[in-house]
Write a protein that binds this ligand. Structure first.
Ligand code: C2E
Ligand code: MG
Ligand code: MG
Ligand code: MG
Length: 292
């Protein structure tokens, strides 16, 4: 009986693997079509100054993180977790991310004209490891900034810890080139990757983003609270700004403020917003200041 059962489960496993492979192929084909048909859209999530200083009160909008969404003809709005890893494995992410870079810069330049009095507003854009491996990222960025007429200092590129360890000296070189264009660098999902303490001080980074998993599981004095506290202390030590991701509750916000975290992002302030919603909120100025 056991043997029969085992044989059966192999069969199920095979079928499952086959289904998965077919699914992936379908998604891959769909992604290629989506690029051609321009089905991707950008959602923007506000990043907020949660500490403030003498001049500016806490709650001020600093900018947005640009987040990829797929406006699928039949599936509706699809989130990155459904397709980004397949786009990465197939290398299609490079084309998508270049589109993101171009489009986000275009939106920002457009807002700068429409909402000049609200500026500076900055935009953060996520990169994948393939974007860095591809030789001509710098040339591409130079080209779009020149074409659109934007300065490098209004964009931040987000890279993850795991992208750094692969080829540290090449990456440092690339980051230095970005820095000389005044483009800011953010280390995303900090704390989840390979410990980067060895080379963190060598990186031309400007800020760290504390991963949502630590923030969401913070309790007074628990391990996650200690990790968050340590990352903030480390950032201060290294002269890096720090952004907390995934702030959902007033209690989390209060703890982060007490620990000296400067910037925050999360559903407590706002979910990622469509381009149209951002424009509507900028028009009424309703998004420029959050009451903390
Ligand atoms: P990420 O860069 O760490 O982005 C933050 C994610 O956390 C976003 O998920 C955002 O919607 C979500 N988030 C923010 N605040 C909260 C909160 O308070 N609660 C909860 N539950 N979630 C929150 P999203 O948009 O689904 O993106 C997931 C990941 O996909 C991103 O993580 C990033 O790694 C990747 N990604 C997104 N857009 C792009 C892109 O244009 N290019 C590349 N290469 N990767 C992207
Ligand atoms: Mg990010
Ligand atoms: Mg992140
Ligand atoms: Mg994250």
């Amino acid at each position: 009986k056991a043997k029969a059962q085992r044989r059966n489960s192999y069969k199920i496993f095979d079928v499952k693997m086959h289904t998965q492979a077919v699914n992936r192929l379908t998604i891959e084909t769909d992604i290629r079509k989506a690029i051609e048909r321009e089905e991707f859209v950008i959602y923007y999530q506000p990043i907020v100054d949660i500490l403030g200083d003498g001049q500016s009160k806490a709650g001020r909008l600093i900018g947005f993180e640009a987040l990829l969404r797929w406006q699928h003809p039949t599936r509706g709005l699809v989130l990155p977790k459904e397709f980004v890893s397949i786009a990465e494995e197939t290398g299609l992410i490079v084309q998508i991310d270049r589109w993101m870079l171009y489009k986000a810069c275009q939106h920002l330049a457009d807002w700068k004209v429409k909402f000049a009095t609200h500026f500076p507003i900055k935009v953060n854009i996520n990169l994948s490891v393939q974007d860095i491996r591809q030789g001509n990222l710098i040339e591409y960025i130079d080209q779009i900034l020149a074409q659109i007429g934007l300065e490098g200092d209004c964009i931040t590129l987000e890279i993850t810890e795991s992208m750094l360890i692969e080829n540290i000296s090449q990456t440092i070189d690339l980051l230095s080139q970005l820095k000389s264009r005044k483009i800011k660098i953010s280390i995303d999902d900090f704390g989840t990757g390979y410990s980067s303490l060895n080379y963190l001080h060598r990186l031309p980074a400007d800020n760290l983003k504390i991963d949502r998993s630590f923030v969401s599981q913070m309790q007074q004095g628990n391990r996650n609270y200690q990790v968050v506290s340590t990352i903030i202390a480390l950032s201060n030590q290294l002269g890096l700004a720090v952004v907390a991701e995934g702030i959902e509750t007033p209690q989390q916000l209060q703890w982060l403020q007490e620990l000296g975290c400067e910037f925050g992002q999360g559903y407590l302030f706002s979910k990622p917003l469509s381009h149209q919603t951002v424009e509507a909120l900028l028009t009424t100025s309703k998004i420029l200041h959050y009451i903390l």
